[in-house]
Design a protein around this ligand. Structure first.
Ligand code: UD1
Length: 425
């Protein structure tokens, strides 16, 4: 069953800023790859063994979701052993979906394997409306009958049929849902305008190990030749590029010399470019990144967009970096509306930020001052940690359950490289 939840609602993170960071940090498995891969286990009655699964609140939520459907879910060392052989309730209830939007990733697999699914609509979300219309439209193109009933997506299909799907916009979980559904469909599916994120590729690799026939993942055109059934497999989750990027911004802001072991530099081109532009030195090996930051960072301009462009999940952390940089940085968010909530909290620490629509103009200041701030979403929380590492005095971050959704042992990892950070319960 689900492991003990690591986060407690009232936990706070307390940081004493001003320490340089030196040493080595081991990068965890990617949250955004682990979540769809866990859902992929629903596509087979055999066992799927997944290695390198991070211990996170979101992963625990996904474990609970599968367990309540009747799946076997077991933590074994650093991974999970998943067995959906006896699933008898193809449903995702509101109380789980509302805490984690990625729960919608069970829709495609459930429908493809069981012919029906009932999944709560995610509802409102702190970083914008985030509809799932593209997931629904794509599944309808594959022949599913879908209606919305009392806030639930109710989907039925005798057997999905391959089709050509052109999504109206680039959606990561939408692409993943459709790829999983198409894996068991009758005939060939082409997904045009597909998301090219590395996590989509990781999922495709896992599905292919399970017997799927997917080509083109990582490009904007994915071709899936449906098969009758999938079988068990073993898969290792890729390294978390957003966690890696978060540590890169932390070192770029605080200064120091840190090696990120087990990282995937090939998935971080846009982020590494901006870190370099900010003045830090980067050395990459096949599975490690070393960052050396000796001087005050320089401000950088950036614009979020689908992969391989700059990730929206790194926008907040770069805003914190710009807050203490030399010069003025212009940050434009094109993926999510209302994803600047961290700006207000950063301003409590003394940051100078002006927001106009989807653009934030950040005028770097020499120093920030510790204060009490509040985490509002996952990546916003990460930006407050980056700021707290450089602010003079004590910064107390409230509501860090947001952080526990997506960062494994953050305070332990940061303490090990010299940060002064503790969790207060
Ligand atoms: C995924 C990531 C999230 C990241 C985001 C963008 C996971 C579990 N989460 O979220 O960390 O911030 O990609 O890189 O992988 N949209 C629609 N209709 C849809 C689907 C999406 O309008 O049916 C819109 C969204 O509101 C948003 C944009 O498309 O404005 C991109 O969203 P999407 O790529 O779907 O994000 P997620 O997959 O939810």
């Amino acid at each position: 069953m689900a492991e003990r939840l690591t986060g407690r609602a009232m936990d706070k993170l307390v940081l004493q800023g001003g320490q340089r960071l030196n040493g080595e940090i081991a990068v965890s498995g990617a949250k955004n790859a682990a979540l769809p891969i866990i859902c992929a286990s629903l596509l087979t009655a055999d066992t799927l063994a997944v290695d390198n699964v991070p211990r996170l609140q979101d992963v625990a939520t996904m474990q609970r979701l599968l367990a309540q459907m009747g799946a076997g879910v077991e933590r074994v060392d650093g991974g999970l052993v998943l067995d959906a052989g006896r699933v008898d309730r193809p449903e995702a209830p509101y109380d789980l979906v509302k805490t984690m939007r990625a729960s919608v990733l069970v829709l495609g697999p459930l429908l493809a394997r069981f012919g029906n699914a009932r999944v709560s609509l995610p509802g409102g979300c702190a970083i914008g409306a985030r509809p799932v219309d593209q997931h629904i439209k794509g599944l309808q193109a594959l022949g599913a009958e879908i209606r919305i009933d009392h806030g639930y997506i109710v989907a039925k299909a005798r057997r999905l049929k391959g089709a050509r799907i052109v999504t109206d916009l680039v959606t990561v979980t939408g692409t993943e849902n459709l790829m999983m559904a198409a894996a068991l469909a009758d005939g060939e599916t082409v997904i045009e305008n597909a998301a090219r994120e590395p996590e989509v590729v990781d999922l495709a690799n896992c599905l292919n190990a399970m017997g799927a026939r997917i080509a083109g993942a990582g490009s904007d055109r994915i071709v899936v030749r449906g098969v009758e059934r999938l079988h068990g497999a073993r898969h290792r989750v890729m390294a978390d590029r957003i966690e890696t990027g978060t540590f890169l911004t932390a070192v770029a802001a605080a200064g120091g010399d840190v090696v990120l072991a087990g990282a995937r530099p090939d998935t971080l081109d846009a982020v590494i470019d901006k870190i370099t532009e900010a003045g830090a030195r980067i050395e990459v090996g096949p599975d490690r990144i070393r960052i050396v930051a000796r001087r005050r960072p320089r401000a950088v301009n950036l614009r979020t967009a689908p992969y391989p462009a700059f990730p929206t999940d790194m926008q907040a952390q770069f805003m914190a970096l710009n807050a203490v940089a030399d010069g003025t940085g212009v940050v434009t968010e094109t993926i999510f509306e209302n994803r600047f909530m961290h700006a207000q909290e950063l301003m409590r620490l003394g940051a100078q930020i002006e927001i106009e629509g989807n653009t934030a103009v950040v005028k770097g200041v020499r120093s920030l001052t510790g204060a009490n701030v509040m985490a509002t979403d996952l990546r916003a929380s990460a930006s407050l940690v980056v700021a707290g590492l450089v602010a003079d005095g004590e910064t107390v971050i409230d509501r860090i359950y947001h952080l526990d959704r997506g960062y494994e042992s953050l305070e332990t990892k940061l303490s090990a490289v010299g940060a002064r950070v503790t969790r207060r319960r």
